[in-house]
Design a protein around this ligand. Structure first.
Ligand code: FE2
Length: 428
């Protein structure tokens, strides 16, 4: 791979070699004392130079044109809105899906950084699943917050971690239908490639729930600036390409309930992870964010480097129901460990029945396999895998699941193989 190059007028093309605006004013060529000029910007940020809010403003001060995103139904508050109800029949139309994925990729990479997928879980099609999932989530919240014994049916707000696994175990029918949604697979594949890893969490925000500060997420987002600065700037930029954040509205989210706030285009601010906690950037976020009301079943997906934050629920009696979907590339660590064996145990009978009904690997079977099992064999214990000449060697969980369906294994055979595969991937 060739290094980033300077463009002809001497301006730097940025750490990743493109000219879409990824900059922070720190990208001068690096000149060593002996006169050597390197083409790449310096390896790390200079901690003596503060990120400038003017640089963020110059990136975010732009207007999204509908001409740039012809498949969007509209542009609202700078954000492209896609009406998924009009695409229902096209989920297996390869050419169309690729066109849509290309457009979404452009939005997240070098455009506003966020898309709304209206009707991703349209109640016309997914009413039962949304309501069943909500019932499971309420039950989980009541037991996890020790409110299970309380009288009454008042809703409970809060966070359910790893709702992905918990929903699979509690209500496999709903889980299977929910996570076989073709568009969920397409949007995940769009940003991360085929071996993506889904996780999900429930977030129910009660009346008077406060707003979050504007922030960036994912691997770099957990670090304060003094830790971020130790990571090469190219790693800071690249980290956004390994995670996709999303949420599904599990109830209507009117404006006063506090749907997520976004600062479109801010994902392109190169120094963003160094800057997002600074007061002047917080102030800029509060003065310039946009937020769109959502309807039950709508989805929103965004680049984890976009400045964003949950809004304030200013209602007196309305609970905001969000199901957060966090999707990772197979090349990085997801936030939560899922436990594929438990999920496959819960869903096996339905998966196998679908495989038989569909005479093999239909799209819906494949989407489910991708959702429930890991698609990359790392990390592994090579002494066990190579030295032991193990049958499953470097096979992934997805490989094993596909093989088990094809060769008509029993549930126990499949779970044993997955367990053995997992044992070969640890040093314990
Ligand atoms: Fe966040």
């Amino acid at each position: 791979m060739s290094p980033p190059t300077l463009d002809t007028d001497g301006g730097n093309t940025g750490t990743n070699g493109h000219t879409n605006g990824y900059t922070n004013g720190h990208t001068e060529r690096s000149q060593e004392s002996n006169g050597t000029v390197f083409n790449a910007p310096g390896r790390i940020f200079d901690s003596n130079i503060s990120p400038r809010v003017e640089d963020l403003k110059s990136i975010c001060d732009r207007v999204t044109s509908s001409k740039s995103y012809p498949l969007a139904a509209s542009i609202q508050k700078n954000i492209p809105i896609y009406d998924m109800n009009t695409f229902t029949e096209k989920s297996e139309d390869y050419k169309f899906v690729e066109q849509l994925k290309e457009e979404w990729y452009q939005v997240l990479f070098a455009g506003p950084g966020v898309i709304v997928l209206k009707g991703l879980y349209s109640p016309d099609r997914y009413q039962k699943e949304l309501d069943s999932a909500n019932a499971v989530f309420q039950q989980l919240l009541r037991s996890e917050t020790k409110k299970a014994d309380q009288e009454g049916t008042e809703q409970v707000g809060g966070r359910v971690w790893n709702s992905f696994r918990k929903l699979a175990v509690a209500d496999p029918d709903t889980f299977v239908e929910y996570f076989s949604n073709p568009w969920l697979s397409h949007v995940s594949d769009m940003w991360l490639g085929p071996a993506y890893r889904l996780t999900s969490q429930v977030n129910i925000v009660p009346p008077s729930g406060k707003a979050q500060p504007g922030h960036r997420d994912y691997h770099m987002g957990y670090f304060e600036a003094d830790r971020c600065v130790r990571y090469p700037r190219v790693i800071q930029t690249a980290s956004q390409f390994f995670s996709l954040q999303g949420a599904v509205a599990h109830g209507d989210m009117p404006a006063d309930s506090g749907p997520t706030r976004f600062l479109p285009y801010s994902q392109m601010f190169e120094a963003g992870y160094m800057a997002h906690r600074r007061q002047e950037f917080q102030d800029y976020f509060v003065a310039n964010y946009v937020s769109l009301p959502l309807q039950k079943g709508d989805g929103v997906f965004f680049n984890p480097a976009i400045f964003h934050g949950a809004g304030e629920n200013v209602t007196k009696d309305f609970y905001r129901h969000g199901h957060l979907l966090q999707v990772n590339s197979c090349f990085v660590k997801p936030m939560e460990a899922l436990g594929s064996v438990a999920i496959v145990r819960a869903c096996w009978d339905i998966l196998k029945q679908r495989y038989k009904e569909d005479n093999g690997f239909s799209h819906r079977v494949e989407y489910l396999v991708q959702a429930v099992a890991e698609g990359h064999p790392f990390p592994g214990n090579m002494d066990k895998i190579i030295g032991g000449g193990h049958e499953f060697g470097m096979q992934t969980e997805q490989d094993i699941l596909r093989r088990s369906l094809k060769e008509d294994w029993t549930k126990e055979q499949t779970l044993d193989a997955l367990t053995e595969n997992r044992a070969n991937r640890t040093d314990d």
